[in-house]
Each structure stands twice: as C-alpha cells, then as structure tokens.
Ligand binder design. Structure first.
Ligand SMILES: Cc1cc2nc3c(=O)[nH]c(=O)nc-3n(C[C@H](O)[C@H](O)[C@H](O)COP(=O)(O)O)c2cc1C
Length: 194
C-alpha cells in the first residue's frame, strides 16, 4: 500500500467517525410535550398562540428538544364559557378525550410536560396521553400556565401514575405573563431550567 493510499484511508476513517458523531449529537433524548388552547381566553383576550405553547417553544429552543403537541381530535369551543363548561363536564366524568396522532416516547430520557391548569387539574386530554404512555424510569419535568391557581398539585398526577419516574419541581407561569411579557417569562424559564 503506497503512502497516498494510506492517507486516503486514514482520512476516510476520520471523516466517517466525525460523520457518525455529528449524527449522534443531533439525536435528541429530550421531548417537550404540551397541550395548549388558542381562541378566547378570559385573561388575555383572543389569542393566536396558546400561553403554554409559548413556554413550550421557549423550553424546546433552550434544550434542543423534540416537541409533540397534544391536539384534541375535536377542538375545544373557541368561546370561553362553552369551553370551561365542557372542561368541567369532562372532569366530572373523568373523560379521556381523544387526540390526533401520537409519538413514541420510548426513545426519550427526559420529558417536559406542559399544560394549562383547568379547574385546578390537568386538562383531561393530557390524562388521555398519560394513559397511553409508560413514562416510568424517565425524568419528567412539568410546567404549566394558569391565572392564579399555580401548579395546584398537578405534579402529583405524574408521581402517582409513574412511581418509577423522577418528577422534577414544576414551573408555573401566569398565562398573561407568557402572552404579554415574553422577556419576563423567559427569565422565569431560565432560572428554573438551571
Ligand atoms: C377550561 C379552563 C379552566 C381553567 N381553570 C383554571 C384554574 O382552575 N385555575 C387557574 O389559575 N386558571 C384556570 N384557567 C386559566 C388557564 O389556566 C390560563 O389561561 C392558561 O394560561 C391557558 O393556557 P393555554 O393558552 O396554553 O391554553 C382555566 C382556563 C380554562 C380555559
């Protein structure tokens, strides 16, 4: 084997290894999963992007995570009053409303889960997702938006559903802060992620 051949082979091996590394580092092991609703919101008016969606996108941008949005198969009413009424009936019935599509969560080590507080609880469609996925053994990082209730103990839902998951301290942000004070919201997200 001449010297030129040795150089070419060595270079190919080095490039191959670098190529593989580049591919590996792109594969994220973190998922940001969220549910969020647009349209009429009593605190921030008619919104085109949900409050929780804003925070979910911030977290994904900062962590380089994949995202999955839980989109209900049947959209919630755009008007506020019918929406809260429907949410209350679903909660009373312990309903499991369907959502569109799905994601294989097996490949993720860390799952951020974001949701608005609905009647002091997770929206029922989030429970539908949880019922379909075993997140035991993973790190779960809850975050929510609300208008006064805070986390409302919703992190407890993940602890009881997945006793073998490590559930981190949740982040609770006012919906109005997420919607109207992005810089303020980002500060809260930064402080919490650290
Ligand atoms: C059906 C429904 C129930 C709600 N219940 C509560 C509640 O119990 N406590 C609270 O602080 N905010 C409550 N809110 C306000 C939302 O949590 C808040 O507006 C949130 O930021 C909405 O997030 P989203 O835009 O991502 O859907 C409720 C809103 C809706 C639509």
């Amino acid at each position: 084997m001449n010297f030129k051949k040795i150089i070419v082979i060595t270079m190919s091996i080095i490039m191959g290894v670098y190529g593989m590394n580049a591919q590996t580092s792109k594969d994220t092991k973190t998922l940001v999963l969220y549910f969020s609703r647009t349209d009429e919101n009593y605190a921030v008016g008619n919104i085109k992007e949900g409050n929780t969606a804003i925070i979910a996108k911030m977290i994904a941008a900062k962590t380089g995570a994949d995202m999955f949005e839980i989109v209900p198969a049947k959209a919630y009413p755009a008007k506020y009053k019918p929406c809260i009424d429907q949410a209350m009936s679903e909660k009373r019935a312990n309903a499991r409303p369907a959502y569109k599509g799905d994601i294989d969560t097996a490949q993720y080590d860390t799952v951020y889960i974001g949701y608005p507080i609905w009647w002091g609880d997770l929206p029922m469609v989030v429970y539908t997702f949880l019922d379909k996925h075993d997140l035991n053994g993973k790190t779960i990082v809850p975050f929510c938006t609300h208008e006064g209730s805070g986390v409302s103990g919703t992190d407890g839902a993940f602890r009881s559903k997945y006793p073998k998951a490590a559930v981190k301290t949740p982040l609770a942000i006012r919906g109005a802060t997420a919607q109207n004070n992005r810089k303020g919201a980002e500060k809260l997200v930064d402080g919490w992620i650290k």
